[in-house]
Design a protein around this ligand. Structure first.
Ligand code: FES
Length: 572
């Protein structure tokens, strides 16, 4: 059968003379799509991570309707489909265990179906990187629309953002400065609209990353979920998806090495989440782009921190939107960006931000008047982290960034929870809290346990922060002098497994060092005497995860999902 829309991928499904070509048309007609819609319209998939188990994404069905309006207007045929969703609060032990699974679902759902382009709807922390990883691997035209941040929470005159302020008030509760009744009252006040966490946590950071990379439309990062402009943006994405399909503009043409540099600059300028480092590394791996940890640090050193948002700063995503959103931040950051980078809008990044202005210089600082001349994240290496570790300097206590202290070691998260508040715990404010067994293999799944709670007895003495180290991740909404992503992790035989109570640990962020001040031969002897934990799962997804998960410095992707695949990763 001759095709009326040559070049469209979907025609291979609908125009084949086999019975299945006829059946596919019958199936679409059974859903009420007229025959005239099936001949030459690009088919635009709407890949939806809506779920009532993911409260941040619970409004994405409505947003999908806006995307459909755009697709219809541009002459396409929209078809919505579900993928697994990852709800940060509900999933145990951690959504990170399932990010790669979701990325596989996205990739395979796209490639197996008659789609000419896809609009990806995401929001909560892991759903955006999983969508970007899957779309990168599928490499058919794609555009991402994130669900937008929540409106500000409000409690007794205090403006609140999840979950930075949940953590802050939990600390107040543990210190006895608020009551259980007040804590419950706050619970009903903090999330008052659809959308993802309203601070510059992982969800907001990844929404900004998507916009900075050009795979989302201008304005995507900050428009609140409840703002009517979010639906207009989704409608525009539907319109653009049809054009991307017709022009066959693939993610690999958008997510180039310079787009990654632009995204990394934005993470630093925004005081973004440490998790962005892992996710960007994984997305790059899907495209065959090398993104070593050192690149994040290089760009951090000359990227000014411009955005004053919690958890590093004072304001919330809603304030960011009204201050001009990401286009305004990009306009300030323009001297450090590749403005010729192409984007899914059809224009370059530079053209996208023409005329963008800052409406509140308290929220978005001028390029020449930064909060800090350097970015908000730093990469450390040393005898305790041979393959790297990450600290969010913008959320740390400046006086602790150069620190030497005695290690107080917790074997794993359970050990931490059982002893941290014990009156018998031998701990002083200048000590270094160390937790191991929380990495990709050890936990498994590398949960966000890195924000180790401060011992109650020190909280009562007024201690607000301590140096804390682990092979876990940290929520993008958390704060404090917290070193995470130590690689290799303890369960993979990293030196973190060798630390003993009373050892001296030295951190020197200015010189990017993290060292265990124990003789090298002694570290080797200790590691030899305590071999890493063995694989614990014998079946299913858990088994697959443990067999193929890579370390934090490699993005925690599965070795067989990178552009070069398993053989290459084994060989290296
Ligand atoms: Fe979904 Fe924070 S819980 S973004």
């Amino acid at each position: 059968m001759p095709t009326k829309a040559p070049g469209l991928r979907s025609r291979e499904w609908l125009d084949t003379p086999e019975l299945y070509g006829w059946l596919r048309r019958a199936a679409l007609r059974s859903q009420g799509f007229g025959e005239q819609l099936l001949d030459d319209r690009p088919i635009i998939g709407i890949c939806n991570s809506w779920s009532e188990l993911t409260h941040c994404n619970a409004h994405l069905r409505q947003l999908a309707e806006a995307v459909k309006r755009g697709v219809w207007q541009a002459g396409g045929l929209p078809l919505e489909f579900p993928v697994i969703s990852l709800g940060e609060y509900n999933m145990r032990p951690t959504t990170m265990l399932y990010r790669n699974l979701m990325s596989m679902d996205v990739e395979e759902s796209i490639t197996a179906n008659p789609l000419d382009a896809v609009v990806l709807l995401s929001g909560c922390d892991k759903t955006t990187p999983a969508m970007m990883m899957g779309a990168a691997s599928a490499d058919i035209p794609a555009i991402i629309v994130t669900g937008g941040p929540q409106l500000k929470g409000e409690w007794r005159g205090d403006e609140l953002g999840t979950c930075t302020d949940c953590r802050r008030y939990e600390q107040e509760l543990r210190a006895g400065r608020i009551t259980q009744e007040e804590w419950l009252d706050l619970q009903g006040s903090i999330i008052r609209s659809p959308g993802h966490c309203g601070v510059m946590g992982t969800a907001s950071t990844m929404a900004a990353v998507a916009e900075a990379m050009g795979i989302a439309l201008p304005g995507n990062a900050a428009i609140p979920a409840a703002d009517s402009r979010r639906a207009l943006l989704a409608e525009s994405a539907g319109l653009r998806a049809v054009a991307l399909a017709q022009e066959n503009v693939r993610p690999s043409a958008i997510m180039t090495p310079s787009a990654f540099d632009n995204a990394i600059r934005v993470v630093h300028a925004a005081g973004g989440s440490t998790n962005a480092i892992i996710h960007l590394t994984a997305i790059a791996g899907r495209l065959g782009i090398s993104l070593p940890l050192s690149r994040f640090d290089e760009l951090s050193r000359d990227t000014p921190l411009l955005l004053d948002l919690k958890p590093s700063g004072r304001f919330l995503m809603e304030d960011f939107a009204y201050a001009g959103g990401l286009p305004a931040l990009l306009a300030e950051l323009a001297p450090k960006l590749d403005l010729d980078a192409p984007t899914v809008s059809g224009a370059t990044l530079g053209a996208n931000i023409e005329g963008a202005t800052v409406h509140n210089t308290d929220v978005i600082r001028a390029f020449g008047e930064p909060i800090s001349p350097e970015g908000g994240l730093a990469v450390l290496t040393g005898s305790l982290a041979p393959n790297g570790a990450v600290i969010k300097t913008s959320a740390a206590s400046p006086e602790l960034l150069t620190h030497r202290g005695r290690a107080v070691v917790f074997e794993d998260h359970d050990d931490l929870l059982s002893r941290i508040d014990s009156e018998d715990l031998d701990v002083e404010p200048e000590d270094v809290l160390v937790m191991r067994g929380a990495g990709p293999l050890g936990a498994p799944g590398m949960p966000e346990w890195g924000f180790l709670p401060l011992p109650k007895k020190l909280l009562r003495r007024g201690v607000q922060d301590m140096v804390r180290l682990s092979d876990a991740r940290m929520s993008g909404t958390a704060f404090g002098t917290v070193v995470v992503h130590i690689a290799p992790e303890s369960a993979a035989g990293g030196p973190l497994a060798a630390v003993r109570n009373g050892d001296i640990i030295e951190m020197d962020v200015a010189n990017r060092r993290l060292d265990l001040l124990v003789d090298e031969s002694e570290i080797k002897n200790r590691l030899a005497a305590a071999p890493p934990k063995q694989v614990r799962r014998s079946r299913g997804y858990g088994w697959l995860f443990e067999q193929h998960i890579m370390q934090a410095d490699q993005g925690c992707d599965f070795d067989f999902l990178t552009a070069t695949g398993f053989a290459d990763n084994v060989a290296t």
